[in-house]
Structure formats: structure tokens, C-alpha cells
Ligand binder design. Structure first.
Ligand SMILES: [Zn+2]
Length: 492
């Protein structure tokens, strides 16, 4: 026993040495990145710009933003003199926002083999990696930092991070999450099946040692397994989030979880027939239908979450897919899908549309509405709400485009545009303990931000009009990145 403890201690020390930081020091950019660079890092002044700083404050109008290498060096009125040595770019009619910190942003697609128009498919569900298209889609759409929030090929994701950080591949800063920590009954086949609390501990210790930045628990763990995983992750000074089902939100809070995924959609505490340590048939929808915003159950849960500093990740785009007559993809979004992903998206869209007016359709629409109210109530109570699209399922949720859609849906939920932007930027940075570097626009912070045409503070859909994205002060050309992945998402 003593030897085992010593061995665990040694692992912890090794992992601290091997985990690469989420924000690596900027590297020289290689030949595969250079074609997407609009402007290298240097001294740049963008004048007559509107700045939404990410804190939730009202935008600053007619400002000058000063960038020097990888840092923001100044935010000043456009009437003030630009210091010597800065190249000047006119930003009239444009808005700068902090780079999106995507907190539920996968690097894969999800294949349902032999999917047909009726929604039938064969097992096993398998998950091809989008290691080529996803990083480009994220960066092109303003995501400069993202958490993978459940990895299927963790070696691939860790290698991708290493190659991006080294300047060999183009993409955002990555927080690489562990493989899904999952027991028997997994949704897809590509993960280890945890069989005991000790097994959970071993898997967490192994991936901490391999250099992951965070952990993700999934739907079929026992309380003892989840508790062991949380404890082991914390021993390695790493955080753990979960898309839960077998463990309810209050149980997970008691076990010390740091973050819960999918808003209030997957809390099973009031699901009929819920047995301890087992996922319920309703996977949380019955609980959400009962837990109307402001109800005693909702108030108690939100107080518990806020008191224990448990963050919540809002992933509205993936749930909006199940609301009949949700907004269709735009042509520019359809353009990046592979033919197979387009077909899967259209099949799913037709199926969900056919549920309009049915009990199932109405119930889901009501559950979605309850979630929006609970997310607002959570923020009003002081909870840390973060954002991510969860690009899974059919082609309806796409990396990057989905991050913008999440912000738009937060505004539809009742947040003001600048509040919604804060949720998708500074709040994620705060959770990652990186708010001194990223998540808002201020002198001394990293030059991770993007420029859009228009005014998202007045019309949130203007966040779609991305022109350039700065990461570590290097300006990337959004249109060129998008062009490079036409027809590829769903393929590789
Ligand atoms: Zn997910």
C-alpha cells in the first residue's frame, strides 16, 4: 500500500512537468500556417474602431486599439495621437471583440453508419477526427482558445496542440480534455470502459501524465467512480467537468465536480424511475420539464451550484437542433459540410420538423424554454455560465459557426449582447484561470481578438461578419481559412 501511494505521488509530479500550458509562448509560423496570415505580428494601430471589451460593459465607440507583437498595448480614443512606429489600419464601421473562449468545442464528427431518412442507423456509432477542418473553422470564426471537452483520440488532440503551439499547423489555443471517462453503456465505442473507482483513478492518473489539461466524465459512471476521478484529477491540479446522467447534479456537486455541461438539460434528479448510479430513460428531460425557473426545486439547485462555485456550460446550438422549426443552416455553413454531412443534416432537420405540434415536439420545446430561464436565473444568482456549441450529431452544429450561434441563442434567451459575449469570452477565461491573459480587451493582455463588420452590441448577428482574427497578435484571414475547408467538415 505504501509503495502504491509513493508511485501515485511520483505520477503527480511527472504530470505537472509534462502538461503543456493552454497558452503556449508564440512560435515562429511555418509554411502551412503562413498562407492564412493576413498580417504578421508587429506594431499595429486600428483606428475608428468600436470595442466590445468582453467584460459586459457598453462598447467604446471611435477607439484606437494598439497591438505590439503578441500583446495589446493600448486602448485609446481615436482623437489621441497614435504612438510612433505603428502601422495604421482604418477600422471605421468595424468592431473588435475578445477571441471566443469555447468551452464545449469538439474536434470530431459523429458518424451514424447507414443513416437513412427515417433516422435509422446501425451500430456502432463511430467518431472520425476533424483534425484538419475543425481547428480552421474555429479560428476563422473568432475562437482563439477552446477546450475539447471530451476527446475520442486524445493522442491526436495532444499532437494537434503540440503542432499548433509549434507554429506548424493553424488553429486556436487548445485545452485538451481527457478521453470521455465512461462506464458500460457508452454512446460510442472508442473509449475505455471504466469498471471500478480504482480504474477511474488509474485512467485519470494516466492521462494527467500524458499531458491533458482537463477531464470530462460521461453518462454512465457510478458516484464512487466519479468521486474517484474528481479526487484524482484534483490531486493533479486539473479540473473535471461532466455530461452526466447516472449521477445527478446535486450528487456531482457533493462529489466536488468543477463544471457541468449542457446547461440544465442533463440533470436527472427528478426523472421518474431514476435509480442511484444508473442513467434514467429520460436522461434529464423530465427533470427539466418539472424544474421551471423560479420553482423551489430550481432555486435550491441554483443556490447549491453557486455556493459550491460549480460552473455551467451552456450548449444551446446542439439542443436547438431538437426544437422543431429551428433556424436552418446558412449557405456559407452548408458550404463547409461534406456531402454525407449535408445529407445527415437534412434528414435530421426533416425528422425534427415532422415533430412540430406533436407531444414530443412540444415537450422538447418547453424543456428548451425552461433551460433558457434556468441559465438566466443561474447568472442572476452569481453563477459562472460559459459557452460552447457541442458540434456533434448531424452536420447542424459546426465548429466556429456554432460558437457564434451559441452567442446569438444566449441573446434570444434574454441576455444582452454584451452579456452574451462576456459569457463566451471572459467567463471561460475565468474558469481556465487565464483571465489575466485572455477573455477581454485591455492593455497588457494577449492580442487574441477578432474584428467584425458591423455592431454586435446592437445586432448580435453581426458577430458572423468576421474579417480577421488575431491570435498572439498575428492576424489570420477568416475567408481564406473558410475557403480551405469547403466540403471537408464531416470528412476529415
Ligand atoms: Zn459534447
Amino acid at each position: 500500500m505504501r509503495l502504491r501511494l509513493l508511485a501515485t505521488g511520483a505520477l503527480a509530479i511527472a504530470s505537472l512537468a509534462s502538461a503543456a500550458p493552454v497558452l503556449a509562448p508564440p512560435a515562429e509560423l511555418g509554411p502551412d500556417v503562413q498562407p492564412f496570415v493576413h498580417l504578421p505580428s508587429g506594431r499595429t494601430a486600428i483606428t475608428h474602431l468600436r470595442i466590445i471589451d468582453g467584460t459586459g460593459a457598453a462598447p467604446m465607440e471611435d477607439a484606437t486599439l494598439l497591438l505590439d507583437g503578441p500583446k495589446i498595448t493600448g486602448v485609446q480614443a481615436a482623437s489621441a495621437a497614435v504612438p510612433a512606429g505603428y502601422r495604421v489600419i482604418d477600422g471605421t464601421g468595424e468592431t473588435a471583440m475578445p477571441g471566443i473562449v469555447g468551452m464545449h468545442n469538439h474536434l470530431y464528427y459523429l458518424q451514424r453508419p447507414n443513416l437513412d431518412a427515417a433516422g435509422h442507423f446501425e451500430q456502432p456509432i463511430i467518431i472520425p477526427q476533424m483534425t484538419f477542418s475543425a481547428p480552421r473553422l474555429y479560428l476563422a470564426n473568432g475562437v482563439t482558445t477552446m477546450r475539447t471537452t471530451g476527446s475520442v483520440e486524445p493522442y491526436t488532440d495532444l499532437s494537434l496542440k503540440r503542432e499548433i503551439d509549434a507554429g506548424h499547423l493553424v488553429g486556436p489555443h487548445l485545452d485538451v480534455t481527457s478521453p470521455y471517462l465512461e462506464g458500460p453503456g457508452a454512446f460510442f465505442i472508442q473509449n475505455h470502459q471504466i469498471a471500478s473507482p480504482n480504474d477511474a483513478r488509474k485512467e485519470v492518473a494516466f492521462w494527467a501524465d500524458m499531458g491533458v489539461n482537463s477531464f470530462k466524465a460521461y453518462m454512465h459512471l457510478t458516484r464512487a467512480e466519479l468521486g474517484a476521478a474528481i479526487d484524482e484529477a484534483h490531486k493533479h491540479h486539473l479540473k473535471l467537468t461532466g455530461h452526466l446522467c447516472s449521477v445527478t447534479y446535486p450528487e456531482a456537486v457533493a462529489l466536488g465536480i468543477d463544471n457541468l455541461e449542457h446547461g440544465f438539460f442533463v440533470n436527472t434528479q427528478l426523472d421518474p424511475g431514476k435509480k442511484p448510479d444508473q442513467c434514467s430513460d429520460g436522461t434529464g428531460t423530465p427533470t427539466l420539464l418539472k424544474m421551471t425557473p423560479g420553482s423551489p426545486e430550481a432555486n435550491a439547485l441554483i443556490k447549491l451550484l453557486v455556493d459550491h462555485h460549480v460552473a455551467i456550460t451552456s450548449t444551446l446550438p446542439v439542443f436547438a437542433q431538437s426544437v422543431p422549426m429551428h433556424e436552418p443552416l446558412q449557405a456559407r455553413q452548408m458550404d463547409v459540410l461534406s456531402p454525407e454531412a449535408k445529407e445527415a443534416y437534412l434528414y435530421s432537420r426533416n425528422l425534427v420538423a415532422s415533430r412540430a405540434g406533436t407531444t414530443r415536439g412540444n415537450e422538447f420545446t418547453q424543456a428548451y424554454k425552461n433551460d433558457l430561464g434556468l441559465e438566466r436565473q443561474f447568472v442572476a444568482a452569481g453563477g459562472l455560465l460559459m459557452a460552447g456549441p457541442d458540434p456533434t450529431g448531424n452536420g447542424g452544429v459546426i465548429p466556429g459557426f456554432g460558437d457564434q450561434r451559441e452567442i446569438e441563442l444566449l441573446v434570444e434567451a434574454g441576455f444582452s449582447p454584451v452579456e452574451a459575449i462576456r459569457i463566451a469570452t471572459l467567463n471561460g477565461a475565468t474558469y481556465l484561470a487565464l483571465a489575466d491573459r485572455i477573455g477581454s480587451i485591455a492593455p497588457g493582455k494577449d492580442a487574441d481578438l477578432f474584428i467584425v463588420k458591423g455592431n454586435p452590441a446592437a445586432n448580435i448577428n453581426d458577430i458572423e461578419n468576421v474579417i480577421i482574427v488575431f491570435k498572439d497578435g498575428v492576424a489570420y484571414d477568416s475567408a481564406k481559412l473558410l475557403k480551405s475547408v469547403r466540403g471537408r467538415f464531416g470528412e476529415y
